[in-house]
Every structure is written in structure tokens, then in C-alpha cells.
Design a protein around this ligand. Structure first.
Ligand SMILES: [Ca+2]
Ligand SMILES: [Ca+2]
Ligand SMILES: [Ca+2]
Length: 290
């Protein structure tokens, strides 16, 4: 274990408090009386960029008249666990979701591609996007929470590592809580000499019709790869996506965090090039609504 890996006590505490009993746990289901309108114009857009060995950004744009309410992405090809999705953000203006993939400090021999996923909808009532940044980090890990305006729910999340030019600081967590998002990052197994910080973006809206949050965890152990899928209840569809690596200590990278169908969110991760001896797991967050 690296020195300083205990520098995220709040994050760990949140993980312990929330994690022990999280198995297909359904949170925040609203008691609804009478019929409610579904979120109109919901669509799922996916684009995949070129396969090569260069750092690259892939943007997926929503149809005209709709806005990004959530998003995610995936890395495919060679070097899984060595390519970080360290910038996953809705673009300014709210019409596209952007994912940047970057290789670890000694690179990847093969080719890989970035997929960006956007969840789009006619702007739901109260839609607003808020962003903030952590202070520069002087430790090996850091996190930042951005809250929605009072009364609104967090439905989408973006996060970015700023200050590292390759994936030497790993974007580990893009959590969606009811009223806030939490973005966390950690330096890789060999550390990072420079100063870095985190940007966090919350896409917020008034409570969605039939809103439900489903959180599901993978097995907790040391394995080369892990994946977990959270599924919305019958009749509901995915409106927001979040994910996190629990216990990765900067030596596990997300390889997938996205809506894999209109009713499922899948989060996958892989250990880095020389593996990781500690136990870890992935957690998927699905914000579901009618
Ligand atoms: Ca490498
Ligand atoms: Ca390093
Ligand atoms: Ca390692």
C-alpha cells in the first residue's frame, strides 16, 4: 500500500457507510399519486472514434432541440487498465457529452478507441448545470462534491482530472447522490510529481417523474477486471449514469461507465499494467425515471 492512501477519509467513510449493504439497493423511490408525464424526447446516442494509440477526445451530440441530461463512455481495444477516461464531461451549452482517453505514463503498445455516450432529452423542468473545482491536491488522492441548487436532483455527472497530461492521475469516481455529485481521483501506483485538481459537474433538474435510483456493487476482491450492471425497475428507463471504483488506490481504471441499454447502466474497470494486490470493486449508479 502506498503512503498517503489513507488521505481520503471522507470518501472511505462514505464508501463504508453506503457500501456494506449495497446490493441491488433501490433508493429514493418517490411515492407518486396519479399519472405523471414521462420525460419527453429521451434518446441514447453513441459514437466511437478512431482506434489508435494517441490520446483523444470523443464527443457525442444530442439531436436538435434536446440537451444532455447524462452521459458516459468506454474504452475498447488494447491496453484496458492502462488507458484512463480521466475527462468525462457535458460540454458547455449542454448539447454534447465528451470523453477523453489518455494512456498511462509508459504508454500502451496496441490501439484503442474511445466511445462517448450521451443521454438526451427535451430539457426537463428545472434543468441546470453547475460546476466547481477542488483545491490543488498535495496528496495522492482527492475528491470534490458539487451540490445542486436546493430542491433539485442530480441526474447527470461530469468529472475531470486537471494538471496531468497523461493518465497518471486516475479519475476513479463519478458518483450521483440525490442532490449532489462527487468526483474523486487518485495518483497512479508510482505517484505524480505535479499539482493536480478535479473539476466536477452536476446536471440537475426538478425531481423526474417516477424517479428512482438504483445502486449496485460488484464482488469485492482482487481481480484483473470487474463489471457490474444496475437495472431500472420495470417500466422505468435510465436518465442518468454514475460509477465508481471502490478501493482501487489509483491502480484500477474505469473501462466502461454508461447506459448499455435504455434500462441498464454498466460500470467496468481493469487493474493497471502490473496489477493491484488489494481488494476493490466497481459500483454502478442508475438514475431511473418513467
Ligand atoms: Ca502502460
Ligand atoms: Ca506515475
Ligand atoms: Ca499496479
Amino acid at each position: 500500500m502506498r503512503e498517503g492512501s489513507n488521505r481520503r477519509p471522507l470518501s472511505r467513510r462514505a464508501g463504508a457507510a453506503g457500501g456494506a449493504v449495497l446490493s441491488a439497493l433501490v433508493l429514493g423511490q418517490l411515492a407518486l399519486t396519479g399519472p405523471v408525464a414521462a420525460v419527453p424526447g429521451l434518446s441514447f446516442k453513441t459514437t466511437t472514434g478512431p482506434s489508435n494509440s494517441s490520446a483523444k477526445t470523443q464527443n457525442t451530440t444530442c439531436p436538435a432541440g434536446t440537451r444532455v441530461i447524462g452521459g458516459g463512455g468506454a474504452i475498447t481495444g488494447s491496453g484496458l487498465g492502462q488507458v484512463g477516461m480521466d475527462i468525462m464531461v457535458p460540454l458547455v451549452g449542454g448539447t454534447a457529452y465528451s470523453v477523453t482517453g489518455r494512456e498511462d505514463e509508459n504508454g500502451v503498445a496496441g490501439n484503442w478507441a474511445v466511445t462517448a455516450n450521451a443521454i438526451c432529452a427535451t430539457p426537463p423542468p428545472g434543468l441546470v448545470t453547475v460546476s466547481g473545482s477542488s483545491a490543488p491536491s498535495f496528496g495522492t488522492s482527492n475528491w470534490f462534491e458539487k451540490s445542486c441548487p436546493v430542491g433539485k436532483r442530480a441526474i447527470g455527472v461530469g468529472g475531470a482530472v486537471v494538471g496531468a497530461s497523461n493518465s497518471e492521475v486516475v479519475l476513479e469516481d463519478l458518483r450521483i447522490h440525490q442532490n449532489s455529485v462527487v468526483v474523486a481521483g487518485a495518483e497512479d501506483g508510482t505517484g505524480f510529481a505535479g499539482s493536480w485538481w478535479l473539476d466536477a459537474t452536476a446536471i440537475c433538474a426538478d425531481p423526474l417523474p417516477g424517479e428512482q435510483r438504483v445502486i449496485d456493487d460488484s464482488v469485492y476482491s482482487s481481480a484483473a477486471t470487474r463489471t457490474i450492471t444496475a437495472t431500472c425497475s420495470a417500466g422505468k428507463r435510465v436518465h442518468g449514469v454514475g460509477g465508481e471504483i471502490v478501493g482501487g488506490e489509483g491502480q484500477v481504471r474505469l473501462t466502461q461507465m454508461r447506459a448499455t441499454t435504455s434500462t441498464t447502466v454498466t460500470v467496468s474497470a481493469a487493474e493497471d499494467e502490473n496489477g493491484f494486490s488489494g481488494n476493490w470493486k466497481v459500483r454502478a449508479y442508475a438514475v431511473c425515471a418513467s
